[in-house]
Design a protein around this ligand. Sequence first.
Ligand SMILES: [Zn+2]
Length: 377
Amino acid sequence: MDSCHSCGADPLIPAPDYSRLCRVTSDCKPWPSGGTFGLCQACGLVQTIVRPQWRDEIQQIYNGYTIYHQSGGIEQPVFANEGIGTARSEAIIRALLSHNALPPSGRLLDIGCGNGGFLRSWSRLLPGWQLLGSEVSDKYRDTVEAIPGVAQLFTCPIEEIPGSFDCISLVHVLEHIPQPRPFLDHLRARLNPDGVLLIEVPDCQRNPFMLTVADHCSHFSLNSLRTLACAAHWEICHAVNDWIPRELTLVARTAHDKPAAAPLSVDLEESKSVIDGIRELARIAQSVLTLADRRAFGLFGTSVAATWLDAQTQRRAAFFVDEDPKRLGHSHENRPILSPAQTPADTLVFMALPQPWASLVATRLSQQYPAPRWTVP
Ligand SMILES: [Zn+2]
């Protein structure tokens, strides 16, 4: 019997429709269907069931990982609806600063630092801090250690990294980690008094496309993320879904000098609405296939949603459209990435975005570029 990989409760409520969906990797490449999915009734966590097959799959995915390959390794911007992007890391750090969550100097450990996108923004905005990165491989060691303020990249287990920290950040990392509850619980001992933990994860309630990421084993909603942090004995300062579009941000401090907080009530209805995203995805793919027979079409986006929709519609898109200038001129899945201005007239472009963003962006693009048809599937 499969049990919850976070709290250990069993059994999980299965989501059998999931195994038919194509999947993608978190570095935006297609991945075959066949995932197993479930919901824990005890903690509300929607999860990929962690079995030996999943562990084999993630090993293969990480062995071939190429971060932000669509833009030559440069961090993806986050877009509001103006079509102008800001680096995601910078937006998170500016939000933390606006809430007075950070002193001007301290020691940061960025767990899962990748090629240093978050450390680079931190270095620019908080130059008084000493920065440390942690990663499973040293593929990007030279790049990360060249960032001003970075003292070292560690590839050892986290418990072997020396010292304590004023901030520990997990930016798009926690959703990859089996058994996140003990993982977060152990991190408390590594934080200085008044230090902060920062967690950034996809919002799977608002963005069902993220359910298709094969290497994510936890698919959080705001309630399930809060429940997890509380169960790992963190005192939550902020748990929000509006600092970064379609992402959840949680800021917490250690609760060691206080009595343990009362456990949060689990919102199973919210978790079930996350699972409902599987049906919504199947509907979106079917809608594209129905309309796609009429004329040539493209997909708006080059990240998880567009990569998944392309795979699920048998790679029939003729091109991709993206507003990130760093991606233009590159190709994605062997087809060109066009700007909205380059998109041919008389084509359909399907918005690979969840609602309401799909409609907002389609409306804006229809006004700016009326010749193609910007369509919400
Ligand atoms: Zn659970």
